[in-house]
Ligand binder design. Sequence first.
Ligand code: PLP
Ligand code: COI
Length: 349
Amino acid sequence: MHMSASINWDTLGFDAYRTRTVILSHFKDGQWSPIEKTETFSFTFDPFAQVFHYAISCFEGLKAFRQKDGRIALFRPDQNAARMARTADYLGMPCPSKEMFIKMCELCVENNLEFLAPYGHKASLYIRPLLVGMHPQMQLVPYPEAIFAVMCAPAGSYYGAHLRSCAAVIPGDFDRAAPKGSGSYKIGANYAATFRPYKYAHEQGYAELLYLNSSTREFVDEFGSSNFFGIKGNKYVTPLSDSVLPSITNLTLQQVARDFGMEVEKRPVPLEELAEFEEAGGCGTAVVITPMSHIDIKPVLAEPLVSRSFRYEPDGQVGPVCTKLYNRIVGIQFGELEDTHGWCHYWLD
Ligand code: PLP
Ligand code: COI
């Protein structure tokens, strides 16, 4: 077992750290089993289970924070519960109720408290609710059998540093999601398609992939790990597309931007508009806000040619609007700023 004393909270990245307890329930014969806790860190599956052959699997991601006054908060878990229900429905899977989803996230935090950083380290506990199809089968039809498991890992910064700009690339020869496909659902299979392009991108020093809409490639969809936003004067602009994941961080930032008196535009974002933004970045639970230093277009990702480059910040630097948005959202999460919208979920005394 890992002891919290051995964790360096200030250098934590975003990794599949083995914590102590996983919270579990099985859906079988029309009902969820009583909630269990396990410390074995292993599951038993039939080799014919749906998940292995047909990728019947989806997940969520949310964070717990230890706040300035010592309280512990989950950030907007009701939104994650609703999104998982939407994804499960897409996959034809049974899904826990909102109450059960939140209860199991709470239990996961309570049973892994030593992995939640003390206040003051910019670290949190990342919670991963996972829903996987268990039924052994060959037929391509839904079957109501699943495991819902909630696990967690101590998390610091996704790209290796907090609020530091990084580079992104638009791959000319890869798409993320088909029109009318699965792009707006948090299914594991959407991420499988990004592994090879991420490898090419990382080898060339790009931290992120920015995907375009796959039917015409004329509009910005989202990053492989997060939603896209651009800043133009007093406007916060973010893509409206059927193929992007409805990000809870983006939803939150849209409200934060309005609270700052900014205009929010959620609409198709033409590729050409990348040249008009003063700042551009990614937003999501894992990446929080990550400004882009530049976004290159590569007709063939694995080859050297860059056909166009959109420049925002010198490498590593961060623009004023991204800084302001970041400070507000992180300030609310760590209980340093007033949570006027009631986003923090408290359940412990
Ligand atoms: N887009 C993708 C593809 C993601 O994987 C994520 C991460 O969850 C997001 C966007 C951001 O969503 P959220 O802010 O709800 O974490
Ligand atoms: C999250 O931000 O919660 C995610 O799931 C992103 C991850 C796929 C890198």
